[in-house]
Design a protein around this ligand. Sequence first.
Ligand SMILES: *[C@@H]1O[C@H](CO)[C@@H](O)[C@H](O)[C@H]1NC(C)=O
Ligand SMILES: *[C@@H]1O[C@H](CO)[C@@H](O)[C@H](O)[C@H]1NC(C)=O
Ligand SMILES: *[C@@H]1O[C@H](CO)[C@@H](O)[C@H](O)[C@H]1NC(C)=O
Ligand SMILES: *[C@@H]1O[C@H](CO)[C@@H](O)[C@H](O)[C@H]1NC(C)=O
Length: 168
Amino acid sequence: MARINPITSLVVFLSLSLFHISFASAAAIQFRTALAPRQSPAATPATPVALPVSCADYSRIANLSTIALNSTLRAAFLRSSPLGTFPAVAILDADVPKLMDLMFDVTLNQQCGNSSAIAIVEADRNLTAGTVAGMKIRDAPGVAPDDLSLPILTVFLMIITVVPSVML
Ligand SMILES: *[C@@H]1O[C@H](CO)[C@@H](O)[C@H](O)[C@H]1NC(C)=O
Ligand SMILES: *[C@@H]1O[C@H](CO)[C@@H](O)[C@H](O)[C@H]1NC(C)=O
Ligand SMILES: *[C@@H]1O[C@H](CO)[C@@H](O)[C@H](O)[C@H]1NC(C)=O
Ligand SMILES: *[C@@H]1O[C@H](CO)[C@@H](O)[C@H](O)[C@H]1NC(C)=O
């Protein structure tokens, strides 16, 4: 029976250990590579981050608060609302304090788009088109100096009253 040479057994032992180490580190690398995509932020687009309000609520708050905070839009809203002035003021002002936080919430504005910026542009466009918050802007002579309907009506009345007398 062959005697086991201590040197040989040491060599066998060391090479087994080395094999084990290299196997273990190969496995560790594989494990890390398998984990890597899951840990990288780019590969996880849908990490649910709690939003302070839903995108729909943010949009509604931004639209109403934009009207509440601008004197031109506010006056147009108040004289056009079918509600009385006090309920209309309450609706407008209810969410204004919330807008300040929401407007600068980076996560919310990334997920929903910047509804505050959109509301400012769109409210102006609506005003030009004669609506505020989806309501037709009512005429209130003396309240809206840039309201075109009064000058147009005046010119029209002048034409129908003056023209026949000139033609006679
Ligand atoms: C807010 O205004 C924008 C732009 O006009 C519109 O697209 C959006 O539907 C409005 N949001 C709500 C909740 O009415
Ligand atoms: C959203 O838009 C408003 C108005 O343009 C701006 O003041 C605010 O900084 C914007 N918010 C973010 C988070 O970029
Ligand atoms: C108020 O809104 C009107 C119409 O959108 C705009 O022309 C005006 O610059 C706004 N005023 C302020 C102080 O933001
Ligand atoms: C603009 O007008 C549309 C239609 O009237 C309305 O749905 C929208 O909410 C208005 N946008 C703003 C910012 O007031």
